[in-house]
Ligand binder design. Structure first.
Ligand code: EPS
Length: 390
């Protein structure tokens, strides 16, 4: 069985976006309704642009699934673009600072930035969400759940009580209408301020970025490895999150702040409660989780906490268009204006939750490798039994 991996194909205004997923064991129940729900959430958020009014993203499963379950063969997920006009879309000759336009045009030797922007567009994240949501069907079989939310938009930061049961956090996060007021933030007071900040940015023809966080609950200890840099789960998570369009920083647990504090304020002391031996923690507890559930590149049984920082959308409104250069005439000019979003941070929280989930699923299949879900579950059970006997 190959390792669980995926690749995507497709342009923003091409015919479709596609994810090619390999290494999914046989026998995993695939919930198309759940994948579609995640695609729908990705389209939502206060501050989104006109494109989402055109699209209704749903997944077509072209291969690898029979009668609702994976059969071990490669799985192709397809999302059709309604706004499919790549051959007719006009040239873009004035690169937008912050987008891939200039670097890509030079790299691929063209003065038409569209050749680059069509693939660089964050529309591609629909395919990544589909792959991640598919991976979550596997995670659910092992009681592993993810929670992605918006921690900050522009200057507004939320406060979230993670003592709250997950079902309540989900209800708080998903309150309101997906398209007219959703900001994916479980702190209602901060959510209102975030909407105000987005409204204000829009009146200024400006855009806003923010911080999104994903927490993963129920991981057994020992996913990932300290043996090589690229087997460390934190390095894989960092790559997956940094690979999301417009992300400029990734943190695990306490993250960058830990560099400024002494060790006594950073590391999570260990205790043991035999009553919790049968949980994924195996009974090992921490009063704090500054490590974000990862030590030595491996899960330690605590929730995995990953944060990503997204820069503001580079396409500013026409009144604020940034200075650029026409690639044909080389004359100073304002950057081109393409229809865009004021703020896509809520959507980014959905993307990050699903790409993080895919990496957890990859580490899970690496650790409990098996051609079928039955075999994986047997491997999981025997490992946990052996670990309990330590
Ligand atoms: C997006 C689709 C795009 C943009 C946005 C994300 O659609 P269009 O370019 O047709 O308006 O709304 O793309 C970007 C922000 C970007 O940086 O490329 C989507 O489906 O998420």
């Amino acid at each position: 069985m190959p390792s669980l991996t995926y690749r995507t194909a497709g342009e923003s205004h091409g015919r479709a976006l596609v994810a090619f997923v390999e290494g999914m064991p046989a026998g995993v129940p695939v919930d198309k309704g759940f994948i579609d729900g995640e695609l729908r959430r990705r389209q939502g958020g206060y501050g989104r642009g006109g494109r989402q009014k055109i699209e209704t993203d749903t997944v077509e499963i072209l291969s690898g699934v029979r009668r609702g379950k994976s059969i071990g063969s490669p799985i192709i997920l397809q999302i059709i673009n309604r706004d499919s006009r790549i051959d007719d879309a006009p040239e873009v000759n004035r690169p937008r600072p912050g987008h891939a336009d200039l670097a890509g045009s030079i790299k691929w030797l063209t003065t038409d930035c569209r050749e680059t922007l069509e693939r660089a567009s964050a529309r591609e994240t629909a395919a990544r969400v589909a792959a991640g949501a598919l991976a979550r069907c596997l995670l659910l079989e092992f009681g592993i759940e993810t929670f992605g939310y918006v921690l900050a938009i522009g200057p507004v930061t939320a406060t979230v009580d993670f003592g709250t049961p997950l079902a309540d956090l989900l209800a708080l996060r998903d309150a309101g209408d997906l398209f007219t007021d959703w900001v994916a933030c479980p702190d209602a007071a901060a959510a209102e301020k975030m909407r105000e900040a987005i409204r204000h940015a829009k009146t200024q023809s400006d855009t806003l970025g923010g911080v999104v966080e994903t927490r993963v609950f129920g991981c057994p200890p020992g996913l990932g490895s300290s043996m090589q840099y690229d087997l460390r789960l934190d390095s894989r998570l960092a790559m997956a999150v940094m690979g999301i369009q417009a992300f400029k920083a990734v943190e695990i647990g306490m993250g960058a702040q830990s560099a400024r504090l002494p060790g006594s304020k950073v590391h999570d002391e260990i205790s043991f409660d035999p009553k919790l031996r049968d949980t994924p923690t195996l009974g090992f507890l921490r009063r704090t989780n500054n490590a974000g559930g990862l030590e030595g590149g491996m899960t330690n049984g605590q929730p995995v906490i990953v944060r990503g920082s997204k820069k503001p959308i580079p396409t500013l409104g026409p009144q604020m268009a940034l200075e650029s250069v026409d690639l044909k005439s080389k004359e100073t000019s304002r950057a081109a204006y393409e229809r865009s979003d004021v703020c896509a941070v809520p959507a980014a929280s959905v993307v990050m939750e699903n790409v993080v989930a895919f990496e957890i699923a990859r580490a899970l299949t690496d650790k409990f490798a098996g051609d079928s879900l039955t075999e994986m579950k047997a491997n999981y059970t025997s490992y946990m039994e052996a670990a309990r006997k330590l």
